[in-house]
Design a binder for this molecule. Structure first.
Ligand code: TYM
Length: 334
């Protein structure tokens, strides 16, 4: 709760190419929720350096991601869209919360286990305490709701636990946030291996639809999607490939699973895969067009970066000062 209005926080990493999973699991819901809440949408560049990055590339991707938030339909006059690294309170609160988070809790985080297995040469402390920075992001803005895909639920649970622990010690300092998962699309799977989530870091580009893929590429990837061989469009546990395509079709058209099954009753996988590809194009093409228009408008984007960093800092510092006082840091002399 911020100034009497419910608040919302979410963020994405500017690493790799964003996928349809990021869009359907998160960005799409951000756009539908943004009227109801005071919203903060962050490009979490500080999280990105837990894995080694090329500096010029990171800067470029961070700007592209921020532009994409706007292209997806978030009005930067109404929503606070900003870079995490421009608001120092994130790192400051993160340090404090580190002292209220147990190693046992961090040891259980599956994302840490996955990422450290992938980057054996660089298992750094930042990778380990990554979820604490995420908790700081969320708690700084007294967020009521955090729209994410299901892979982030464990981090959200940790955030809630740390916030409750802190509140139990010091009174009602933090709002306890709730995760928001969309009805469909919270876990979009790889087109090549439907047991695995669609991911920016997948080495096989055919497993993911990237938000900037052109029409032909999208259709081709859908046509090649791995499915079983019985040629029936049914939402079933033992048909993970078709189930994933139904989820994608349903999330992009707004139809329910039952309506999708009915629409394709008696039709084959070829027709269905083509329809899924076309449905994705109908969502991504306008997003890409708007993105290309926006990137040309440097002055507009620069101005909003400046204004929104100030706005985010204002709210973030309000929470930070309260926390600093609670833990016993000396008061600032004005
Ligand atoms: P990131 O950048 O990996 O992903 C951004 C958002 O996309 C969702 N997502 C998916 N949803 C459905 N299907 C998929 N295959 C899929 N892949 C990704 C993610 O769940 C996420 O919502 N740690 C976060 C970023 C973060 C954050 C935060 C999020 C940092 N601080 C505070 C919320 C609140 C991350 O790495 O997301």
């Amino acid at each position: 709760m911020l100034d009497g209005k419910k608040s919302l926080f979410s963020g994405m990493q500017a690493t790799g190419n964003l996928t349809l999973g990021n869009y359907l699991g998160a960005l799409k819901n951000w756009v539908t929720l943004n009227e109801e809440y005071e919203c903060f949408y962050c490009v979490v560049d500080e999280h990105s350096i837990t894995v080694r990055q090329d500096p010029a590339e990171l800067r470029k991707r961070a700007r592209a991601l921020l532009t994409l938030y706007i292209a997806a339909g978030l009005d930067p006059k109404k929503n606070c869209i900003y870079y995490q690294s421009h608001v120092s309170a994130h790192a400051e609160l993160s340090w404090i919360l580190n002292c209220y988070t147990y190693m046992g809790e961090l040891n259980r985080m599956t994302q840490f286990k996955d990422k450290s297995a992938k980057h054996t040469d660089n298992i750094n402390a930042g990778l380990y305490t990554y979820p604490v920075l995420m908790a700081a992001d969320i708690l700084l803005f007294q967020s009521d709701v955090v729209p994410v895909g299901s892979d982030q639920l464990q981090h959200l649970e940790l955030t809630r636990d740390v916030a409750m622990r802190f509140n139990n010690l010091y009174g009602d300092v933090f709002t306890i946030p709730e995760a928001y998962l969309g009805k469909v699309g919270a876990r979009i799977m790889s087109l090549q291996d439907p047991e695995k989530k669609m991911s920016k870091s997948d080495e096989n580009p055919n497993g993911s639809i990237y938000l900037m893929d052109d029409t032909d590429t999208i259709i081709r990837k859908c046509k090649r999607a791995v499915t079983d061989s019985d040629n029936q469009i049914l939402y079933s546990e033992d048909k993970p490939g078709i189930r994933n395509l139904i989820d994608i079709y349903s999330a992009t058209t707004g139809l329910s699973k039952e309506e999708v099954e009915k629409e394709f009753d008696g039709k084959g996988y070829g027709d269905f895969k083509l329809a899924v590809g076309e449905a994705i194009v109908s969502v991504l093409k306008p997003l890409q067009d708007r993105y290309n228009e926006l990137t040309a408008d440097k002055v507009f984007i620069d101005q909003m970066i400046k204004e929104n960093a100030e706005k985010a800092s204002y709210y973030a510092n309000k929470t930070l000062r309260k926390v600093q006082k609670k833990v016993g840091f000396p008061e600032r002399i004005r």
